[in-house]
Write a protein that binds this ligand. Structure first.
Ligand code: FES
Length: 111
């Protein structure tokens, strides 16, 4: 493993767990990582292109990983989205940084 990468576990919508490595130096967000590993069918995730406007990238955070606080647009979108839980976040708003090492998330159901 390159030390620019963090290890993330992503549980897909079929309940299958995937351990992936995500680069911290490519300005990627979690939604883009899910797409790049094709863990959700094309067209079911990242619909708004990562603008916090569709909630297709919603995920549930299962690990205790410390995450950056939600910004207003993420909070607003999640207040309108379906299947929201206390641990919901928008994947497109989570940028891949070294702090995300060990993160474990589950993709929310398709919208
Ligand atoms: Fe649309 Fe994240 S991709 S809200």
């Amino acid at each position: 493993m390159d030390n620019q990468d963090v290890n993330i576990t992503i549980i897909d919508r079929d309940g299958v767990s995937h351990k992936v490595e995500a680069p911290t130096d490519m300005a990627m967000n979690l939604m883009e990582v899910v797409r790049s590993y094709e863990l959700a069918p094309e067209g079911t995730i990242g619909i708004c292109g990562g603008m916090a406007m569709c909630s297709s990238c919603q995920c549930y955070v299962l690990s205790e990983t410390e995450l950056p606080e939600m910004q207003d647009d993420e909070e607003a979108m999640l207040s309108e989205a379906f299947n929201v839980q206390d641990n919901s976040r928008l994947g497109c708003q989570l940028h891949i940084t070294p702090e995300l090492e060990g993160l474990e998330v589950e993709l929310a159901p398709e919208i």
